[in-house]
Design a protein around this ligand. Structure first.
Ligand code: MD6
Ligand code: FE
Length: 213
């Protein structure tokens, strides 16, 4: 028996109350997910948004689903139209919606139906500063985060900004589910290292599936 039969990188790890890492959970769906994300990005191109403070974000973003997360000088919010095109965001691709619901259930959050997929693109040097996800109408739903391509170091902080974050590598195919007592924990991503992935090159795509409305 080859060692690959004993351990293929799939594993469920309960990291903390409300934080479940499903290593490799997205691997079976990768071809469908990448095709779906290409179509989303073609319809609503990735763009670097501006923060209310006037800084251009390091991460390039777009959205799919009934609404999308946007930032500009007026603030952070969910919007039902893409401000760059004036059109609705592309629909949530079924493979993403199915993965979100299944992963949430496996993590202990039944009946999760995402209405937003926020797509984040990282290239070497791209980072995401420590933040809380708090623009959603209810914090009763978890967030499901799918990582594809280059490995990133995720920072898992506490409920207060000053709490020292743990470092967690997020690799191609990993799904992180985050909810309940963890829903408002601070988190971020360290600057992406230049490391090539066979499918995505030096890029990392992360999709966070949320229930915003
Ligand atoms: C990222 N993720 O991994 C950014 N937020 O690129 C997030 O900001 C995030 O992964 C909430 C829950 C899980 C996440
Ligand atoms: Fe976040």
């Amino acid at each position: 028996m080859a060692s690959g039969d004993l351990f293929d990188g799939r594993e469920r790890c309960e990291l903390d109350a409300g934080v479940v890492l499903l290593r490799g959970r997205a691997l079976d769906a990768v071809p469908a997910l990448l095709a779906a994300l290409d179509a989303v990005i073609a319809a609503a191109p990735l763009r670097q948004m501006v923060t209310p403070g006037g800084l251009t974000m390091s991460v390039a973003m777009t959205n799919c689903g009934e609404c999308g997360w946007v930032s500009d000088r007026k603030g952070y919010r969910y919007a039902t139209v893409d401000p760059d095109s004036g059109r609705p965001w592309p629909a949530m691709p079924p493979p993403l919606a199915r993965l979100a619901t299944a992963a949430a259930t496996e993590a202990g959050f039944a009946d999760f139906a995402a209405d937003v997929g926020l797509v984040n693109e990282y290239v070497p040097g791209t980072r995401l500063t420590l933040h809380q996800d708090r623009d959603e109408a209810s914090f009763a739903w978890p967030i499901v985060s799918v990582s594809l391509g280059a490995t990133a170091t995720f920072l898992l902080g506490g409920l207060r900004r000053r709490d020292r974050p743990q470092r967690l590598p997020l690799r191609h195919g990993d799904v992180l589910v985050w909810g309940g007592p963890a829903r408002l924990r601070y988190h971020g991503v360290l600057p992406l290292k230049a490391e090539s992935h066979p499918l995505l090159g030096e890029r990392r795509l992360n999709v966070t599936l949320r229930r915003a409305l």
